[in-house]
Design a protein around this ligand. Sequence first.
Ligand code: PLP
Length: 399
Amino acid sequence: MSGTGLMSTYRQQDVAFAKGEGVWLYDTEGKKYLDAISGIAVCGLGHCHPRITRAIQDQAARLVHTSNLYRITNQELLGKRLCEVSGMDACFFGNSGAEANECAIKIARLYGHGKEIEKPAIIVMDHSFHGRTLATLSATGSRKVQAGFEPLVTGFVRAPYNDLDAVKTIAQNNPNVVAILVEPVQGEGGIHIASDEYMKGLRAICDERGWLLMLDEIQTGNGRTGTYFAYQQMGFLPDVVTTAKGLGNGLPIGACIARGVAAQTFKPGNHGSTYGGNPLCCGVALEVVNTLVEENLPARAKALGERMVQGFRERLEGADYVTEIRGKGLMIGIELKEPCAELVMLARAQGLLINVTSDNVIRLLPALTMTDGEADQLVDQLSKLIKVWAADERSKPRK
Ligand SMILES: *Cc1c(COP(=O)(O)O)cnc(C)c1O
């Protein structure tokens, strides 16, 4: 027994935070940290942004929950705003990213049955991450996430990421495919960025075949990659886009946003959620969207991301322990030649919060509101740390 009263689902670091402000967190002992992970791309506006704090307080004092038995004004306002921002037609609100993807998967299946395909299938990618519910873990391209939970949900066909020919081959051989579900940038998978040609190619195949193009923008959405949604840099619209994380800046909300036939697939009774779209989460998410747009933060993410990637390249490029430095807006990955999980602990000791994913990729997802000075401090501190760590690694005896 752990003695914490909790199931041991997480490998947690032994630190807890008591206060946050912007990109800064303070632990229960009062130590200050530069937060370069933002609660995994959730607090895009930084911790306790004044507009968001006020929105939470005002709405909490007015009305928190009524149920989807009744119309919910904030849900309708948020739905309209997200449709404006995304160029899409209609939203469904749940409470998490996985739920947003469940909604997309259900739309695809219903759409398939509408075309009299009895066993509709969805193409998903290697190294993808779509969530921890049974359907979304089955869609996820990671054995670690799936192991022990078999039988998996069927109806997913896997393809290598960024490989258009692989999808074309599936198209020729599998008449059951009805949709593609893909991340424009794989976050958990190690910050792998799809090429524009690949994404446009997927759009073209979907148009040709009558498939739905469904983008998982749970991590890439809400301004993080330089536009409100990543597809807005690619010159097309998807049929479905899912988002969550940055949408609530910490309040639990996920959205499945659809267009055209995909927006009209559900009929009353097909889908629902007790909490989903409640007045509190929708009121706060509306303030998040408005703040991101009014303060031009997607463009700010692009500029900051370029500044940081350039900074890392100046300090680290050519170092033989660095495989690649890549980024799209404020999704930044520094891939090292060796597993580097211990960097997380070393950085924390110095008051810097980072993340390592896929064993050897340092992942940074800082707030879109950070200053140039804070970005430079982050680049400087982390670059130095990587150099010291690499020198230490080298002096260790080989296993
Ligand atoms: C985080 C994430 C999810 C799952 O979101 P939850 O809110 O944890 O359910 C799904 N897809 C992507 C791309 C994510 O980054």
